[in-house]
Design a protein around this ligand. Structure first.
Ligand code: DGJ
Length: 742
């Protein structure tokens, strides 16, 4: 891998085994022109032949030169207002209200490795040879502001990361109204855009649309990355499938308001812009200060969507998640939320935990309701003092009792929130986010603390620290159950109110950082009413995320399938819950519920004490199975095979790193009579390796499994009985196939 610099022609070529990224400095204007991003190309001393110019009716930068319109030049970090009328990557406003910028190349620097982003999440390297970084410095002479564009190319991954930084070298203040993490102009529009849409309990629904002229965007204005759109988009060629073809993925390492936009201009150029949402954002850039954008991770795959996903999975699992839990298998947990909701006692909790232990579960998590007078969702957030009526021995006593049973203990918090009537609310009414003279809206009866204020973060840290330091806590579920409204901070002056949403999320990151520094062995699971903050920013602090409040196995097929476009199984919280399911009322077998939940960080979320003996036996077998396979599931290669968004049958699989073992999950939503023959085509196996399907005498070569597939109707005599088992006939069937090399 190399970063080539053609000094004579001022060109930069970032190249590794898979990808090339090329741009240059424009001779006269000294701005940056983008030349190429995609599959690796040969390096050469000059890329001048890639420059495209044509005289078009436009506004031009230089008199007498009719091809100097930025509107017709592909760029790296464009501005608005001179000759380019497309949406820009940045907007800086001067005191006099003018907003024209002209960032010109000044210098560059390269170094081995990759640097941290202070106070912000980012991917990292462990050794310097894992990546190389190029930082381009541009300067607007008139404003005397520097712009640093940072590009890190990973050595052995098809991954390029980008972010930008503004540094004010002048004695004046400027207003940044837009500062995107990256911008990129593709030469054509022959793409389909993939996005992950959702709502509460319906996250990560895959939607694909053909690019059309004009802008198409996904975003959040809610103060969190949100259930509505994940901070991710991909551009794939129309012919690209899960298995083959070109696709470009863009994923923002950020948990707040974001924008990911593609603008297709009249000349078919597609401009991708990703970063903090400029809507309602502004930042005062005072003299000597710098503003840092979040990081955007760009993946290029010529091996279809699975290729893209695997690049994201391994990067996020191994070089975004940090700390003790990064390389550890995760404990099987039991969470009491759907078992008891707010209505529990110490005795009830112990009873569930005892049963959990008998069934092979390793971690008991006490969810919402253990503090203040929290008997429903109308009170007590912020009063992180234990309710002794429910828990006479406190969290300290309970955690010890749970540990004495041989389980680890975990606890739920919702640190960013406060309920009316609490000590916190009464003592510090100005600490909530609310606009003066306007009614603060509640969400789930609660208000958002102003985490842009250091004293608020300090206060909550201290309360949490008091609880954690006095108990045996191995796991924390950090929840966040409403979006931000009436966004206004009592601590910010009028001209800095646009900073609140970003400062808020920096405060969240800060609290996480302080807690993980003090308690490096606690396993954090982030949650925001399910998956409203299932984003890469959170993964930097919390290695796993509660994927959705919808625990129904059939719903989860789509939710987890969509999530896997970007996020590794090691991050996907997935539990077996009770039936009828609490969100949709569906009855599914305990086998199907587990067969879906295995593909993530496995656990249970139901009252185990009410299970029948047969169900308990099944749970025992499930925990035994998961323990045996969890390293493979955590660390293997995950492939999507058949999409639940398209068909009644869906499938996915995970293959061990040495390709000698695989687990295939196959799911059929509705039973159908008298159907055609079915096969599950696999992928990712060794071609000439013979595999046996565990529990059968059936053997297949890898190439047979990949080109022909597992034949489901093989030996059909009495197939209905043998295959699904009579007691399992009906809707919502599933089956696992375990393949082992022989
Ligand atoms: C929303 C979460 O997603 C649930 O799992 C649960 O923790 C509740 N909040 C508790 O209020």
């Amino acid at each position: 891998m190399t970063i080539y610099i053609n000094n004579a022609s001022q060109e930069f070529h970032l190249q590794n085994e898979t990808i090339s990224y090329v741009f240059r400095v424009l001779e006269k204007s000294k701005q940056l022109e983008h030349l190429y991003y995609g599959k690796r190309i040969t390096h050469r001393d000059s890329f001048k032949h890639l420059i495209e110019r044509e005289v078009r009716p436009s506004c031009n930068m230089f008199e007498g030169d009719h091809t100097s319109s930025l509107e017709h030049i592909k760029q790296e970090y464009p501005s608005y207002g001179t000759t380019d009328f497309r949406y820009p990557a940045h907007i800086l406003v001067k005191d006099d209200g003018s907003y024209i910028t002209n960032f010109q190349f000044e210098s560059y620097q390269t170094f081995k490795g990759k640097r941290e982003l202070p106070g912000m999440p980012a991917t990292y390297v462990e050794t310097e040879d894992e990546a190389e970084t190029l930082v381009i410095t541009l300067r607007d002479q008139h404003l005397n502001v520097r712009l640093l564009l940072s590009y890190t190319l990973y050595t052995n991954r098809p991954v390029l990361t980008r972010h930008s930084q503004f540094i004010n070298d002048s004695a004046e203040s400027y207003q940044i109204n837009q500062a995107m993490s990256m911008s990129l102009d593709f030469p054509d529009e022959q793409f389909e855009m993939i996005q992950l849409n959702g709502a509460w309990a319906r996250e990560m629904q895959i939607e694909t649309r053909r690019l059309t002229k004009g802008t198409q965007a996904i975003s959040s204005t809610r103060g969190a990355s949100s259930h509505v759109h994940n901070p991710f988009l991909a551009l794939k060629r129309p012919e690209t499938t899960e298995y083959s073809g070109h696709v470009y993925g863009f994923s923002l390492v950020y948990s707040g308001n974001f924008l990911a936009q593609v603008e297709v201009d009249p000349y078919h150029v597609s401009r991708v812009t990703v970063g903090i949402n400029p809507f309602r954002f502004s930042w005062k850039l005072a003299p000597s200060e710098r503003f840092q954008t979040p990081e955007c991770v760009m993946v290029f795959s010529d091996q279809g969507l699975n290729g893209m996903s695997q690049a994201f999975h391994s990067l996020y699992r191994d070089r975004l998640v940090r700390g003790y839990w990064r390389d550890q298998t995760r404990p099987i947990l039991i969470n009491n939320w759907e078992a008891t909701y707010f209505d529990f006692t110490e005795a009830k909790v112990i009873e569930i935990a005892k049963t959990a232990k008998e069934l092979g579960i390793e971690l008991f998590v006490l969810d919402d309701g253990w503090f203040g007078e929290r008997h429903d969702d109308s009170s007590s957030l912020g009063d992180w003092f234990v309710n002794h009526d429910k828990l006479p021995n406190g969290i300290t006593g309970l955690s010890k009792k749970i540990e004495a049973l041989g389980l680890k203990f975990g606890l739920w918090f919702e640190p960013e929130m406060v309920s009316r009537g609490t000590k916190l609310f009464t003592d510090h009414p100005d600490w909530i986010i609310a606009t003066p003279d306007r009614t603060p809206s509640h969400g789930r009866n609660q208000y958002v603390l102003d985490f842009s204020r250091e004293e608020v973060v300090d206060y909550i840290f201290k309360l949490m620290d008091d609880i954690i330091s006095q108990s045996s806590i191995s796991y924390i579920k950090w929840d966040m159950n409403r979006y931000i409204t009436e966004a206004y901070s009592n601590a910010l002056p009028a001209d800095q109110q646009g900073e609140l949403m970003h400062r808020y999320i920096l405060g969240v990151y800060q609290l996480y950082q302080r807690l993980i520094e003090k308690y490096p062995k606690i396993l954090f699971e982030s949650c925001a009413g399910g998956g409203a903050r299932f984003d890469p920013g959170m993964l930097y602090y919390a290695p796993q995320t509660w994927t959705s409040d919808d625990t129904d196995a059939v719903e989860r097929l789509k939710i987890q399938y969509g999530t896997s476009l970007v996020y590794p199984l090691s991050a996907i919280g997935s539990h077996v819950s009770a039936v009828p399911n609490h969100q949709v009322g569906r009855m599914t077998s305990i086998d199907t519920r587990a067969n879906v939940a295995y593909f993530g960080t496995f656990g249970y979320e139901l009252d185990l004490t009410t299970l029948t003996d047969l169900e308990k036996e099944k749970v025992k077998a499930q925990t035994t199975f998961y323990k045996a396979k969890r390293e493979l599931i955590r660390n293997g290669y995950f492939y999507r095979l058949q999409s639940p968004f398209i068909a009644n049958e869906s499938a996915w699989m995970v293959v061990s790193k040495d390709r000698r073992e695989a687990i295939v999950g196959y799911y059929q939503v509705l039973a159908q009579p008298n159907e055609g023959y079915k096969r599950i085509k696999l992928t990712g196996l060794n071609y000439d390796q013979l595999y046996v399907i565990e529990g059968t005498d059936k053997t297949y070569y890898g190439d047979e499994l990949m080109h022909i597939g597992i034949i489901l109707a093989e030996d059909f005599t009495d197939r209905a009985d043998e295959f699904w088992g009579r007691e399992h006939q009906g809707d919502y069937q599933s089956k696992l196939f375990i393949l082992k090399a022989i």
